[in-house]
Design a protein around this ligand. Sequence first.
Ligand code: GLN
Length: 446
Amino acid sequence: VAQTYDVIAERDEKIGAFLALNKDQALAQAKELDQVGIAADQVLAGIPVGIKDNIVTRDLTTTAASKILENFNPIYNATVMDKLAAAKMITVGKLNMDEFAMGGSTETSAFKLTKNAWDQTKVPGGSSGGSAAAVASGQVIAALGSDTGGSIRQPAAYNGIVGMKPTYGRVSRYGLIAFASSLDQIGPLTRTVKDNALMLNAISGADQHDFTSSRRPVPDFTSGIDAGVKGMRIAVPKEYMGDGIAPEVKDAIKQAIKTYEELGAIVEEVSLPYSKYGVAVYYIIASSEASSNLQRFDGIRYGFRAQDVKNLEDVYVRSRSEGFGDEVKRRIMLGTFSLSAGTYDKFFKKAAQVRTLICRDFDRVFADYDLILAPTAPTVAYGIGEEIDDPVTMYMNDILTIPVNLAGLPGMSLPAGFANGLPIGMQLIAPQFAEQTIYQAGYAFE
Ligand code: GLN
């Protein structure tokens, strides 16, 4: 743990992944562990981990990278934090992200810019950009992120690491600062597939504080991980390999298909015709849920409060006006509009209906296949500042990851090659609660 802080001191000036460090507490915990020792089954004990800053940590600043939560110190832990503590993992600090996880490049953070671990002129992706860059630059062995429309998988792809968005309900969302409650999931970012499975073991399971967490038994995600892919049926959706996907990304996926065939899998092309509406559906549903979830930031209960206010309404209006960034305001307006009387049927209800069609597309494919293979993102990491002023282009970057959240499926990104010195990610998608199949196929490829 002490070494981890040395590495952070040396590297994070260049990368900018951390928003807060937990040094005194982490070193004390490590010392205690040295004294009491580690049992043979405590495979994660003593391992330093970084946490995305929208996961609440008791007595450790949690801001969701928003000015409205500046210096906010939670009085309780997210369930995943209690679980990591039970596994004796050591939280070394909190990681930068897009404000309230709204974004795909970590550039909407109110506090700092994070750089891609491979090329500091490029974005680290987002919204879990700090988590991905911290792992990829060797500052921590593992990190937690959150994924509402691609925020674990896309930065994992841009930084050449492994990132898993588990099945909706696999991991408790208690203590995850809510963005879009029907889509959000916490998941691990790691350098290897097996590390990822170990981390998911530690954080999964039913939680009485989150009624959307599943009661299904949690398997050991490492068991059978080395069973290979012989006879496994893998589907490649043609819509995920169409125009708009960069040639070097397509090449890497074609190469991966070849590798899987050589390993004995059966790979075939399928169609997911409704996926093309995923981005449109997502921005209505996610913004609507966000507009509701973000009502609680009123200048009274948490963090930032505007100064020199005239009356109560002024507290609300000015605190929110000054505390939220542009992207967050854009989503609140979009969501409030979609939910208003007169537009609800045309927008929110319609989006919910199309969401069902997207789910059915996946059901149809999974009747015949074990897994779906696709690129994670249409391109490799782009330059800092290049897309931030163009929200729609930015939104389209998530076209390959969003349908997975809409359907509540598990999806994992893992490294599949390089182009011009930048990593390319590929995505493995499975039926609900079949994370083990993903790990098995990922491990065989790695
Ligand atoms: N980039 C998407 C958005 O801006 C997804 C973010 C996420 O998964 N948290 O909403």
